[in-house]
Design a protein. Sequence first.
Length: 166
Amino acid sequence: MIEQTLVLIKPDGLKKSLTGNILTRLSETKLEIAGAKIVAVTRELAEQHYRHMKDKPFFNELIDYLTGQLHDRRKVMALVYHGENAISLVRTICGATNPEQAEPTSIRGAYGRITTSGLFENIIHASSNSQEAEREIKLWFKPSELVYRIYPAKKITEKTEKLIWK
Ligand code: ADP
């Protein structure tokens, strides 16, 4: 089945200069990149992204992690991969959530760690199923930022202030 999935290279991945390695590993899937950008992550965005973790004892630390406060890097790289079995292909290369249980050759197994406070700093996020992928892609990307019209979109006219080049 043709699918799309959201990938985030988390702040530890950027701080450890792993962007190139991770993109190379992901290119093994032969999937297409449908969108890519660097995002300065707000607390609201991080809380929306991890809304299913709200009741976890490590939720606040997880939000600090995704917003870059643990790594002095307030940004992540967000990508949308598109193609046959995109979700499971990308999840396999990422490895298990717990970096100690992840395959040693997976991205998380090779580069992740567990902090002394117990948070899994696991370098990368990848959507877990197609419903989550749709929710996450719509949360991180506007239709105009993707090269394919992956989900139905509509045109609206709005009068808002926006930043343009001088
Ligand atoms: P995944 O990122 O593999 O889809 P989850 O959505 O369950 O996994 O968890 C979101 C993130 O929360 C993980 O990527 C990891 O950074 C952190 N996390 C998950 N479970 C734990 C845990 N038991 N202890 C510490 N951190 C965790």
